[in-house]
Design a protein around this ligand. Structure first.
Ligand SMILES: *[C@@H]1O[C@H](CO)[C@@H](O)[C@H](O)[C@H]1NC(C)=O
Ligand SMILES: *[C@@H]1O[C@H](CO)[C@@H](O)[C@H](O)[C@H]1NC(C)=O
Ligand SMILES: *[C@@H]1O[C@H](CO)[C@@H](O)[C@H](O)[C@H]1NC(C)=O
Ligand SMILES: *[C@@H]1O[C@H](CO)[C@@H](O)[C@H](O)[C@H]1NC(C)=O
Ligand SMILES: *[C@@H]1O[C@H](CO)[C@@H](O)[C@H](O)[C@H]1NC(C)=O
Ligand SMILES: *[C@@H]1O[C@H](CO)[C@@H](O)[C@H](O)[C@H]1NC(C)=O
Ligand SMILES: *[C@@H]1O[C@H](CO)[C@@H](O)[C@H](O)[C@H]1NC(C)=O
Ligand SMILES: *[C@@H]1O[C@H](CO)[C@@H](O)[C@H](O)[C@H]1NC(C)=O
Ligand SMILES: *[C@@H]1O[C@H](CO)[C@@H](O)[C@H](O)[C@H]1NC(C)=O
Ligand SMILES: *[C@@H]1O[C@H](CO)[C@@H](O)[C@H](O)[C@H]1NC(C)=O
Length: 750
């Protein structure tokens, strides 16, 4: 600290320039002044207390904002109970009423913000005045340009007031005795200028901190399940996979038991989608994805194709989400106490304007497409087959290979060592299977591809053409091919649609499936989401940590379950799906005319796509949800931990965005000013203030001694410095020149 800043009591240390008559007068009225002075310092202390108290609401607001304090469905929620019931029958009327009340309270909070601003203004004015008077009492004196700074600094024009910036520069003959005086005065200039900026920013800053905003706030993510594995590669097992099916029935690979619940579900999903094709043909129409129901929610496949993949929600996850929704409903109606996704510390669903339930869960993303071509089946041994289908075009939009067609060969049979399975069924009449269209679904572990110019060195071309006996088929399937084609050669699920009258010409579809853990999101507000449609958020991309880039194997039995048919059974034409397949089948095998394709040809691709989606949505998974495995998995991270949470629409404080940060900075600087005033008062022993009127009277009483001679412009006058002397309770102005002259007068000849 600058030791030059010490309080000087001019009355005791400086030579007295007062006349003796005034001394006598002042003696006689001394006791009265003393009590006045005491009153003055009591008031002075009070201004400090009031100024200091400003910090309390500001710190409270800062804490609320830093902790992202959540209020609730309305701004006025005393003891956590808002006057809100966002779930009632009368949701819109309630929302309207809440909006009115919120508007009211926001208005009131504006007044609070203004109050805080005015309060700070008081502190800042006192600070400027305190410092100005301190300077005036110290040796260097105060330029008269600064006498009214404490009244002017709140006005932004103060910044461009030349007097503020030039007053400390001494004017020629008025050279002050000490150069440090000028430095001190410039510190004062800086203080006044920064307080001008600060006080002008204080209003919006406090408003930003005081006013809560309507936000989406996540409750804490609650670990819910430790993911085990997807039962994709095996046949459906267990009593709970499909309602209406028990394990004994599933063992026979007869999936007609699924028809009770999922037969109508499949038919409905498909006919809803196909009916949309008629809408799409209208000028104003478009093709919309059909929805399917599971429990209390609906879902659809996510066609926002992310890296060529369709993501299909998993019905087991949807069942969990359904029970989350039921929990929420019973919680809100008062039947169930805090359980489910709600954590005790969070605001209750009751206090939220809108609630979005979120749940992480497995989902299957599939790249699927259909092609026409011919089938060549090579039987190498009784249990070793190679099936080659021509007409394959890589699906990827980015491959640049859309124009080349390849032949895709996959291996099938138990002799290959890998897990290869097949399932099939017929369409129509069980007694005339030989004449009917059929569907064969192969799950193969490995495929390869070639075209007319290259087989990527696998020799498969030669082996196909010459039926060579010396072919090393294991080598053929191990040879790596073009990387862009390569990820469609692991674990393909190939569906062949055939009809005896079209011979080896077939329509075939392949599917490459990946698994990942997107977030299932359900907006529970019936006004925003009347169909309870679940959407998949954050679709996984190939770069995600939890995204396994190796395609997973899918058992063809899941496809049988989607058609509700036994292996080698028949799908009756009386069912919607049988009827639709029978309707489009004759066109599907006709040559594809690019300029005028039959509508049935693309309707067929919907039939395939939606039955595939139904199959993949069934795939169950196992998990553990006991506390021990949850905490163990959280520690060793060997298995994904699936969490649940809710996102609530509530009024809350927070610091997201730039303006709140500015508000925080400004209010922290405000607190610094308050503390600065206190520290200055204590360290400089500022006990009380002279009033402005007292100063004015002192100025009137002052007899100028040529200070203003030859001074004609304001800027120069403003530079003239005065020292305030405490003349027995009343301030007295002494020109700085006279003061320092008088000071040194004892030593030098005047
Ligand atoms: C499975 O369901 C079938 C048909 O409903 C029934 O006959 C059979 O007893 C059930 N098996 C078990 C183990 O419940
Ligand atoms: C939520 O509000 C409903 C209706 O006002 C009430 O019956 C229920 O008890 C509340 N639930 C809780 C947990 O406060
Ligand atoms: C809440 O959850 C705990 C543990 O998950 C369970 O034991 C309890 O029965 C649940 N309470 C209610 C009212 O459902
Ligand atoms: C065969 O495939 C290769 C590599 O993918 C490609 O460069 C070539 O153009 C294709 N040939 C034909 C005739 O499409
Ligand atoms: C398929 O392979 C290509 C090339 O290796 C790669 O860029 C792409 O991400 C893969 N697709 C998927 C879905 O993994
Ligand atoms: C599909 O995925 C996108 C991207 O994640 C998401 O925004 C959208 O809500 C999803 N739609 C459905 C119906 O799941
Ligand atoms: C499928 O059914 C046909 C005709 O009924 C029969 O010839 C064939 O052996 C059956 N195949 C299987 C794998 O059961
Ligand atoms: C499958 O089960 C249903 C009902 O139990 C039965 O009617 C049907 O004949 C079975 N199908 C086959 C192919 O076994
Ligand atoms: C398959 O489609 C191509 C065009 O995509 C067409 O040229 C060819 O004739 C079709 N073959 C059959 C058997 O339909
Ligand atoms: C495709 O359809 C158009 C319009 O019907 C017809 O003129 C053309 O001959 C057809 N092309 C083939 C290859 O059938």
């Amino acid at each position: 600290m600058d030791t030059a800043y010490h309080l000087v009591d001019p009355a005791s240390e400086k030579p007295d320039v007062q006349t003796s008559t005034i001394q006598i007068q002042s003696l006689s009225i001394a006791p009265k002044r003393k009590s006045k002075r005491q009153l003055g310092s009591v008031i002075h202390i009070l201004t400090h207390v009031v100024g200091f108290l400003w910090i309390a609401p500001i710190v409270t607001l800062l804490v609320l904002n830093f902790k992202n304090h959540v209020i609730g469905a309305s701004i006025w929620c005393p003891r956590g109970k808002c006057n809100a019931q966002a779930y009632g029958d009368n949701a819109i009327a309630t929302a309207n009423k809440l909006d009115g009340e919120d508007h009211n309270i926001l208005g009131a909070l504006q007044f609070v913000a203004k109050g805080l601003e005015v309060w700070f203004m008081v502190v800042a004015t006192s600070l400027v005045y305190d410092v100005a008077l301190f300077l005036a009492k110290s040796n260097g004196g105060l330029p008269i340009g600064y006498l009214f700074t404490h009244l002017e600094f709140g006005d932004i024009r103060n910044l461009i007031n030349p007097l503020l910036w030039t007053s400390p520069i001494p004017h020629g003959s008025l050279m002050p005795s000490k150069p440090s005086g000028t430095l001190k005065l410039y510190l004062f200039t800086m203080l006044a200028a920064s307080l001008t900026i600060l006080t002008n920013l204080m209003g919006p800053a406090t408003a930003v901190l005081v006013l809560p905003t309507l936000q989406w706030v996540d409750t804490s993510h609650k670990p819910n399940q430790v993911f085990g594995s997807l039962a994709a590669s095996g046949s459906p097992r267990g009593d709970t996979v499909f309602p209406g099916c028990n394990d004994t029935q599933l063992l026979t690979r007869n999936y007609s038991c699924t028809s009770e619940v999922y037969g109508p579900s499949m038919d409905n999903w498909l006919s809803q989608t196909l009916s949309s094709t008629a809408q799409a043909e209208q000028d104003y129409g478009a093709m919309l994805a059909g929805t399917s129901q599971e429990g209390t929610v609906e879902f659809t496949l996510n066609a926002s194709r992310n890296g060529d993949l369709f993501w299909i929600p998993n019905r087991q996850v949807l069942r969990s989400l359904s029970s989350d929704l039921q929990d929420l409903a019973s919680y809100v109606s008062g039947d169930l106490q805090a359980n489910g996704t709600r954590s005790q510390k969070q605001p209750s669903y009751n206090n939220s304007l809108e609630t979005v339930l979120q749940r992480e869960g497995p989902s299957i993303g599939v790249a699927a497409d259909c092609f026409n071509g011919t089938l060549t089946a090579l039987t190498l041994a009784t249990n070793k087959q190679v099936r080659c289908l021509s007409g394959w075009t890589p699906t990827s939009d980015t491959s640049g290979y859309e124009d080349s067609t390849y032949t895709k060969c996959f291996r099938y049979g138990t002799g290959w060592g890998g897990a290869n399975q097949v399932a099939g069924f017929y369409l129509g009449d069980a007694d005339k299977k030989a004449d009917e269209s059929y569907v064969q679904v192969y799950s193969s572990d490995k495929a390869t591809a070639f075209n007319s110019t290259t087989d990527f060195g696998s020799q498969i071309q030669r082996c196909m053409e010459e039926s060579a006996k010396d072919c090393d088929w294991d080598h053929i399937f191990e040879t790596s091919i073009d990387p862009i084609l390569a990820n469609a050669t692991t674990n393909p699920l190939v569906t062949e649609y055939g009809n005896p009258s079209y011979g080896s010409s077939t329509v075939w579809c392949d599917a490459i499936a990946y698994s990942a853990f997107p977030t299932y999101t359900l907006n529970t507000a019936s006004s925003a989401n009347p169909l309870s449609l679940v959407s998949l958020n954050q679709l996984p991309s190939a770069t995600d940590k939890n995204f396994n880039t190796t395609p997973i194997a899918i058992s063809p039995d899941w496809v049988l379950a989607a058609w509700s048919v036994a292996n080698n059974g028949t799908v009756d034409r009386s069912r919607e799906i049988g009827k639709e397949l029978a309707r489009v089948a004759p066109y599907v095998f006709e040559p594809f005319n690019e300029t005028a394709p039959y509508p049935e040809q693309w309707e067929f691709s919907f039939i395939h796509m939606y039955t595939l989606a139904q199959s993949l949505s069934f795939i169950s998974y196992d998990y553990s949800d006991d506390q021990a495995s949850l905490s163990a998995a959280a520690k060793d991270k060997s298995q994904p931990v699936l969490t649940t949470w809710a996102t609530l629409r509530v009024w809350a404080y927070g610091l997201s965005g730039r303006t709140p940060k500015l508000g925080v900075a400004v209010s922290i600087l405000g607190c610094v000013c308050v503390l600065l005033r206190l520290i200055l008062a204590v360290s400089l022993r500022i006990k009380h203030e002279h009033g402005v009127v007292e100063l004015f009277v002192a100025a009137l009483e002052h007899q100028p001694s040529q200070e203003f001679e030859d001074l004609h412009d304001e800027a120069k006058m403003a530079k003239v410095r005065y020292v305030i002397q405490d003349g027995h309770g009343r301030p007295k102005l002494v020109s700085e020149r006279a003061y320092s002259g008088g000071l040194s007068g004892g030593l030098q000849t005047p």
